[in-house]
Design a protein around this ligand. Structure first.
Ligand code: SF4
Length: 462
């Protein structure tokens, strides 16, 4: 029996601007958007597109099912929505060997297991998509509405190898043509693409990687490539056997990528391909200078995060602080040694007792080394109650705009259980140093934190 059609999209209205047309019409928060110009509206992009027509008729629905209709001409109706996607996030059609969602331990909130592969969130938020779930109509929509730039997980331009790495579900792929990455990149030629390759040792690195980079460099719409190593957790039961990069292999990846960068820089004035920090740290090599990141376009993918953090250096240090303080900074094992070296000059500040502690990630397993994937329980297991006056964490450990960690423990929970103040330490060395010396007022929150997309970005894959 065929499945029933999905229910029509109904965006929940979060807020109504005072004095707006919607307000005058009597629309209330909690009502739902039914249509604009009698068209169903699947997402905020389509909503904005309809408003561009100038004179529009908006229909909303109350919780009792009654409908309200009002008209606007060349003005914003005054509606704010709970979500940007109204008809449900498009999930992926793949079963990648290296999928981070498949390696997540059980028990986290449902949204963290969402296998988002939606071209609309790629355009709106810069999340990486594989394109394998697109229909012909989606491709036409991207082109018609010029949804540019998009962020695309290429991994390899060798179609057979890509299929082997990503193992798409035939039943979920709506258009087999969408699985051919070269065709898709070429069809989307008017759209700027920022791409990424998640490297698996011995699979898509070496000559394969160089061939993919050579292909991508030929495509006029491909703006840049981020190359990131596969991220693994301890939760890989019944998943393909994968391993992380050794220091020697990391050096080989760097050697090959830097050769491409030099060539591209002299031929085209851009390095074009950028390596995530993890390769340099694993290899034990110095990070590239600031200018090598050309504006940090792929920062959220772990490309240049460390250099960006260190840039600007420290403020002038006072000889002493006003009140003696014991400050403990907890971070991941990848960044711990770098942070310790960077903060070493603070040892000269009288009355400041400072320790940087690299916490083992017991939630995802010791192979998970990035600070952004530390859960509240990792902090509780690695820090003793009362051992410091203040505990500082990376702003990346909380969900953007909240104080909630991956396992839904809040900073308040940590404060209560550890009997000390717990604050977010800052996004730059300068800011962190000021927070250590003068308190949390100096801290700003980052433009990103973990989310259904960013958890994959934090783990640098998708
Ligand atoms: S890595 Fe991304 S595209 Fe691949 S299976 Fe996981 S969620 Fe889907």
């Amino acid at each position: 029996m065929p499945l029933p059609p999905p229910p029509p999209p109904r965006a929940v209205i979060r807020d109504v601007t005072a004095g707006s047309a919607a307000h005058h019409a009597g629309v209330k928060p909690g009502d739902r958007l039914v249509s604009v110009n009698e068209c169903e509206i699947p997402d905020v992009l389509a909503y904005r597109r309809e408003l561009m027509l100038g004179e529009v008729t908006v229909t909303t629905e109350r919780s009792d099912g009654s409908l309200l209709t009002f008209e606007v001409a060349w003005e914003d109706p005054g509606l704010e929505f709970e979500d940007v996607i109204f008809d449900g996030i498009r999930t992926c059609a793949n079963k990648c060997d290296f999928c981070y969602v498949h390696q997540m331990p059980k028990g986290f909130r449902k949204s963290l297991y969402m296998m988002d592969d939606d071209f609309r969130t790629s355009f709106l938020y810069g999340s990486f998509v594989t394109l394998t779930n697109l229909t012909d109509a989606d491709v036409n929509r991207i082109l018609d509405e010029h949804l540019s730039p998009l962020y695309v997980s290429v991994h390899t331009a060798n179609e057979d190898l890509r299929s082997d790495m990503m193992k798409w579900w035939r039943l979920k792929v709506k258009d087999p043509a969408a699985t051919r990455i070269r065709d898709m990149i070429e069809r989307l030629e008017p759209i700027d693409l920022y791409t990424q390759m998640v490297l698996l040792p011995g699979r898509n690195d070496g000559d394969e990687m160089e061939e993919t980079l050579a292909y991508l460099a030929e495509r006029p719409n491909v703006q840049a490539v981020a190359v990131v190593p596969v991220g693994l957790t301890d939760h890989r039961t019944n998943l393909p056997d994968l391993r992380t990069y050794t220091a020697e292999e990391s050096r080989e990846v760097i050697r090959r990528v830097e050769a491409v960068q030099r060539r591209m820089l002299s031929e085209r004035g851009t390095r074009f391909v950028f390596l995530s920090d993890e390769f340099y740290i694993n290899a034990g090599l110095a990070l590239p200078p600031t200018e090598a990141y050309e504006g940090f376009a792929m920062l959220e993918n772990g490309v240049g995060m460390t250099r960006d953090f260190l840039d600007g250096g420290m403020p002038t240090l006072p000889p002493r602080i006003e009140q003696p303080r014991r400050v403990l900074i907890a971070t991941g094992t990848l960044f711990g040694p770098i942070l310790e070296r960077a903060l070493a000059p603070l040892a000269s500040v009288e009355d400041l007792q400072l320790e940087v502690r690299a916490l083992e990630n017991r939630t995802f397993g010791h192979v998970t080394s990035v600070a952004g994937l530390l859960a509240g329980r990792d902090v509780l297991l690695g820090v003793k109650p009362g051992e410091a006056d203040v505990l500082m964490l990376s702003p990346n450990v909380v969900k953007y705009g909240t104080e909630l960690m991956l396992d839904d423990r809040s900073l308040d929970d940590l404060r209560r259980e550890l009997g000390m103040d717990v604050v977010l330490g800052g996004t730059t060395l300068h800011e962190l140093t000021e927070t250590i010396l003068f308190g949390a007022e100096a801290t700003s929150t980052p433009q990103f934190g973990f989310s259904t997309h960013a958890i994959k970005e934090a783990s640098q894959q998708h």
